[in-house]
Ligand binder design. Structure first.
Ligand code: TYD
Length: 207
């Protein structure tokens, strides 16, 4: 039986990593074999690319940035995601290709055509079976996130474009996306995500 690929998207500060951790505990308790991973940095090569990208003091050109995220993704898909799905696992990924559409097309204003082409090459056509978008107003996201990495220096307009692009792509594929407000308490959001994911798995595996 093929596993399930579930991605989590949202602005920095939307609480994805906390929610993925809690969700994976809930899913394991329900008897599912799941793994948690992330982009960028889901593989050993990816972690090197991630620190190169996040730590450089130099301005990174938008195309170089796109190619770095794509290289990270190609390695992630081939070395971790696909083999785990073949073993029947539930793969929970903190970000995937929708991040590139939101940040590189929306935020950096690169052409959708160019970005779609690189996503196709990097993923070899693999798409998440389910994508959860943790939606948060930009003001709240900026208030929450700590000022540690390079991306944090972006301004509010950048993040507004990212958020609007996320909402737009969620509308383009309503059967894959579930948009969940990230403004509730950690516990409320966890309950909501657990119920969405268990419903999804029930319908997929008919139990
Ligand atoms: P990270 O520190 O992993 O942030 P977070 O914990 O919020 O996921 O840094 C990832 C940053 O890279 C984040 O600001 C989003 C950005 N990003 C892109 O711009 N494009 C992409 O394709 C991906 C995967 C991430």
């Amino acid at each position: 039986m093929r596993g399930s690929f579930i991605s989590f998207e949202g602005l920095d500060g939307s609480g994805k990593s906390t929610q993925i951790r809690l969700l994976s505990i809930g899913l394991r308790e329900a008897g599912f074999d799941c793994i948690e991973t992330r982009e960028p940095g889901g593989t050993s090569l990816g972690r090197l690319l991630r620190s190169a990208f996040l730590e450089t003091k130099e301005t990174v050109s938008p195309i170089a940035e796109l190619l770095l995220f794509s290289a990270d993704r190609a390695q992630h898909v081939n070395m971790l995601i696909k083999p785990s799905l073949e073993q029947g696992k539930i793969v929970l990924s903190d970000r995937f290709a929708d991040s590139t559409i939101a940040y590189q097309c929306g935020g950096r204003e690169l052409k959708r055509e160019t970005v779609d082409y690189l996503i196709k090459i990097a993923t070899d056509g693999l798409k998440p079976d389910l994508t959860i978008l943790l939606d948060l107003p930009v003001e709240e996201a900026l208030r929450r996130k700590n000022a540690e990495n390079r991306m944090d220096s972006e301004n509010a307009e950048f993040y507004e474009r990212v958020r609007q692009t996320y909402l737009k792509i969620a509308k383009e594929e309503p059967e894959r996306f579930r948009v969940v407000s990230a403004t509730g308490s950690v516990e409320q959001i966890n309950q909501k995500l657990l119920s969405i994911v268990l419903d999804f798995l029930r319908s997929r595996y008919e139990f």
